[in-house]
Design a protein around this ligand. Structure first.
Ligand code: GLC
Length: 471
């Protein structure tokens, strides 16, 4: 089988979020699951940060031109091989040499170009995949162009990692920017706009989301960001497969970024990482419970709840709290203020920093993730791997991966609450703090949390099954 993954980011090359984790680890896992004769390739844009780190293994495949509406655009193709998987990089400095990945006024045009470039890649390399696995709206133009091309028989799985981002544009630029004609209008039109995600969902042979729960949630008005009509119409081809994580990369026993390696058998050594994180945060080095968040500062991550009760939790308990992440200015401001209102108890690091995030995962006691919606969520699994007990809201992948602790039976691998309600969250945090004080129970829970298998193994098998079912 020949599989081509299309996405906008992939580890270890570039990452702004969970998508990069998935594209960096799923393809190799699929290759292991399907057999080494499976030809697995990935294509992403050649962003400047990737170029800067490119080593000697990167080679130029071709350089030429692609056409997008009336534009003739330079298109370089580079490649390197990692773990048996070929990674291609689409080069065009006009579109991709920017200090950020997304958020430009011309994102639609940038990823339309990327979509054209993917077809060009297929032609240049002669690599005609059996299955294209496209991810999120940035890959939607590629799906639309592919399904209109001579390669329309290629099967497409389109995965929604987050339905809130759809790639919506004014209908007026359908021809001029996307090079689509009036005949394509119906495919991409939603609510009077161009909606790229809708176009890809409509044309794909199968659609998936990154957890089972989220696949059912997006059929509802509350979770679908306006698209539930479209998804209900595509219901028969919709499934959910829960993400795994790269358990070799996220391994407290071998992680070079943390001060002291440890495993479930040497749990005592986790404490040294806690001391290190307390130093980083400017906290006293003591046994006060340390709860962290590592998150994009976006409202759907549950910050309404945190804003509502953080001060109360700090006043009523001995908890310490640290957050790592960047995002909305208003949230950054809230946490800066909290840090100055509670010196020695609240710390903020407003940055996206993978190395530092490992110190947060390893050093904390509890990991808070009260998302309003969460397609899958990887942080709760990463935290678990480092023996940091997740406290989550029961939504999407959080619901599928974290089962609430039952102190009487010892079952469960975290703490959870159902409704998007600040005081429900506060009650659960306080309950977790109570368990934390019972050292014996807490240690048992921590070991249990660390023991859950969040590797890709089971999910890679499911993807292989899904790919086969399409052929
Ligand atoms: C998006 C989702 C997140 C998911 C990730 C990888 O970032 O918001 O829930 O884990 O994609 O699929």
């Amino acid at each position: 089988m020949k599989i081509l993954y299309i996405a906008s980011e992939a580890l270890p090359f570039i990452s702004t979020g969970g998508l990069a984790d998935v594209i960096g680890s799923l393809p190799a896992s699929v290759r292991r699951a399907a057999g080494e004769d499976t030809d697995v390739r990935v294509v992403i844009p050649f962003f400047p940060a990737i170029k800067q780190k490119a080593d000697d293994s990167f080679e130029l495949v071709s350089h030429g031109e692609v056409t997008l509406a009336w534009r003739h655009l330079y298109c370089g193709i580079w490649k390197t091989v990692r773990d048996g998987v070929t990674f291609y990089f689409i080069d065009n400095e006009y579109y991709f040499d920017r200090p950020f990945l997304y958020g430009a006024y011309d994102d639609g045009e940038r990823f339309a170009f990327f979509g054209r470039a993917v077809l060009h890649l297929i032609e240049e390399t002669g690599f005609v995949p059996d299955v294209v696995h496209a991810n999120d709206w940035q890959s939607a133009p590629a799906v639309i162009y592919l399904k209109k091309s001579e390669y329309s028989a290629v099967k497409v799985l389109f995965t929604i990692h987050n339905i809130e981002y759809q790639g919506k544009y004014d209908m007026a630029i359908l021809g001029d920017v996307f090079g689509l004609s009036d005949a394509d209008r119906q495919t991409v039109e939603y609510d009077g706009c161009i909606n790229l995600l809708k176009g890809a969902v409509t044309l794909a042979d199968k659609v998936s989301t990154v957890s089972e729960r989220y696949a059912s949630e997006i059929l509802t008005e509350y979770y679908s960001s306006g698209l539930y009509h479209v998804l209900r119409a595509s219901r028969d081809k919709l499934t959910g497969i829960t993400n795994g994580i790269d358990v070799a990369y996220y391994d407290p026993a071998n992680d070079p970024e943390i001060v002291k390696n440890y495993s479930a058998d040497t749990l005592g050594d986790k404490k040294e990482n806690k001391r290190e994180l307390q130093r980083i945060c400017g906290f006293e080095e003591n046994d006060a419970p340390l709860m962290v968040m590592v998150s994009r500062l976006a409202s759907h991550k549950g910050f309404d709840l945190v804003k509502r009760v953080l001060y109360d939790v700090l006043r009523e308990t001995d908890i310490t709290f640290a957050i790592l992440g960047t995002g909305e200015a208003e949230l950054e401001e809230f946490f800066r203020t909290a840090a100055s209102d509670f010196p020695g108890r609240v710390a903020v690091r407003l940055e996206y920093n993978k190395a530092l995030s490992k110190k947060f995962y390893a050093g904390a006691d509890m990991f808070l993730m009260p998302s309003k919606s969460e397609p899958c969520g990887l942080s709760q699994m990463i935290a678990s791997r480092y023996g940091t007990v997740p406290i989550v809201r029961e939504t999407g992948g959080l619901f599928d991966t974290i089962k609430p602790y039952n102190e009487f039976t010892g079952e469960g691998n975290g703490f959870s609450f159902t409704n998007y309600n600040a005081h429900d969250m506060m009650a659960v945090i306080k309950y977790a703090l109570g368990i934390y004080r019972d050292t014996e129970k807490w240690e048992k829970l921590t070991r249990r949390v660390m023991g859950v298998d969040f590797s890709w193994n089971a999910s890679a098998e499911k993807y292989v099954g899904l790919y086969n079912s399409m052929l």
